[in-house]
Design a protein around this ligand. Structure first.
Ligand SMILES: Nc1nc2c(c(=O)[nH]1)N[C@H]1C(S)=C(S)[C@@H](COP(=O)(O)O)O[C@H]1N2
Ligand SMILES: [Mo]
Length: 205
């Protein structure tokens, strides 16, 4: 596993091309309340972490990436243009402590997904606020969603509210419920029963 696994513009094994952009998530679409919204970086931080309100978050350096999108339910979209704040920018402004190996990305209603720090900091990973230059719609994650193009799309929470730096791995929402801890679409790491020893923390019976 390394950068060589990336084959942009191609369908990973078992995927088919999707026309249009479906909405896929568990539970209701949260209502955005600007006065209560905060994006928090916490856990094993180097300097105590940070929080940004919506106005502050919207003023962070903006960049765009073009990337493919692969849902574990087997549809893919190619060449989406995301705009927002790169994960590297967030990590620069709110750095992890030495020894951080993983992150948990937290969203509204307690949805979460875990990632090795390398996947989180991949140069295509972005906290997207826009798609094709337009602000995200509520159902697609407004005001902020994570996109990690090198992993299946469940590892990109919509309605993100925070990042927790961790010094050990812990399973997120779907990773506890039958989905693979790592989620590499190129090797079809779809389900937790496919995990090899060392791919993730013990599953609770
Ligand atoms: N908060 C939250 N984020 C989520 C999910 C979810 O259930 N809740 N589902 C994930 C899954 S499985 C997919 S495929 C993508 C779908 O994003 P879309 O609805 O914008 O296409 O969101 C991901 N992010
Ligand atoms: Mo998905």
């Amino acid at each position: 596993m390394g950068r060589s696994e990336r084959r942009e513009g191609e369908l990973p094994p078992g995927q088919r091309l999707q026309r249009g952009w479906p909405v896929t998530h568990y539970g209701p679409v949260p209502r955005f309340r600007e006065d209560r919204w905060e994006f928090r970086v916490f856990g094993a931080t180097a300097d105590g972490g940070r929080g940004w309100n919506h106005q502050e978050f919207s003023a962070l350096p903006y960049s765009t990436v073009i990337a493919d999108f692969h849902c574990v339910t087997k549809f893919s979209m190619l060449g989406i243009e995301w705009g927002g704040v790169s994960t590297c920018t967030v990590a620069k402004l709110a750095p992890p402590a030495d020894g951080v190996t993983h992150v948990m990305v937290w969203a509204e209603y307690g949805y979460s997904s875990n990632l090795p720090i390398e996947d989180f900091l991949d140069d295509k990973s972005i906290f997207a606020t826009h798609e094709s230059g337009q602000p995200l719609t509520a159902e697609h994650g407004f005001p902020v969603r994570l996109v990690v193009p090198r992993r299946y799309a469940w590892k990109g929470p919509k309605w993100v509210r925070g990042v927790e730096y961790m010094t050990a791995d812990r399973r997120g929402f779907w990773e506890e419920r039958g989905y693979h801890n790592l989620g590499d679409p190129w090797t079809e790491q779809r389900y937790s029963y496919q995990e090899a020893p060392g791919d993730g923390p013990e599953l609770q019976a």
